[in-house]
Design a protein around this ligand. Structure first.
Ligand code: GRF
Length: 197
């Protein structure tokens, strides 16, 4: 299984997956990273790891259809089987969605369908969880469709909200669980234990 990443930011989930592949915990090969942000942590990590890197954005491709095609081409060039959105902040275009239908996964730092959708990303998710007085939050991994955070959930793990939590303390606890659930889930997918629908 060849994994291609789309990442906009820090890239810690991407790194956890790369490490797990290198350690043989996921029977897969990380092949390429596409980022809309040329200075992102994800791009720096990709360079250190010797992965192919592509900065593809509305700056490099002002026409959305061109950008969509360029993303497909970059992923195809490396024989990508599975696309992982690891903190990718942009919506995918129809060509990418069609070419990798059912083979694009996203990780979200809450228990979907709660606290997902447009505008629910990063710190905002954890602020909303705390504002709602939730006793627990968690991590969701889902198959990506044309909307934000709406495709079928394939793995979920709960994380407690503790008294005195701030968005940052909750985010840190959730992030640890993200790395664990993501690597475990990809391990199960790669071994055939968790077939994608
Ligand atoms: C994670 O919280 C992930 O769930 C969300 O974006 C964040 C990305 O963090 N989709 P990182 O770039 O993997 O460190």
């Amino acid at each position: 299984m060849k994994i291609g990443f789309l990442a906009s930011g820090r890239g810690s989930n991407m790194q956890a997956v790369i490490d797990a592949c290198r350690q043989g915990k996921i029977n897969a090969v990380p092949v390429a990273v596409v980022s809309n942000n040329s200075g992102s942590g994800a791009m720096e990590r990709a360079e250190k790891e010797g992965l192919a890197r592509y900065h593809l954005s509305s700056v490099t491709h002002p026409d959305p259809a061109d950008l969509d095609r360029a993303i497909v081409e970059a992923l195809e060039r490396h024989g990508t089987d599975l696309v992982l959105l690891a903190g990718y902040m942009k919506k995918l275009g129809p060509a990418t969605l069609e070419r990798f239908k059912g083979r694009i996964l996203n990780i979200h730092p809450a228990l979907l369908p709660k606290f997902g959708g447009p505008g629910m990303y990063g710190r905002r998710v954890h602020e909303a969880v705390l504002a709602a007085g939730e006793k627990e939050s968690g991590v969701s991994i889902h198959i990506v469709d044309a909307d934000y955070d709406t495709g079928p959930v394939i793995a979920q793990e709960r994380v407690p909200v503790l008294p005195g939590d701030t968005p940052d303390s909750l985010a840190a606890r959730v992030l640890e669980q993200e790395h664990r659930l993501l690597t475990a889930t990809l391990g199960r997918i790669a071994s055939g234990e968790l077939p994608l629908p």
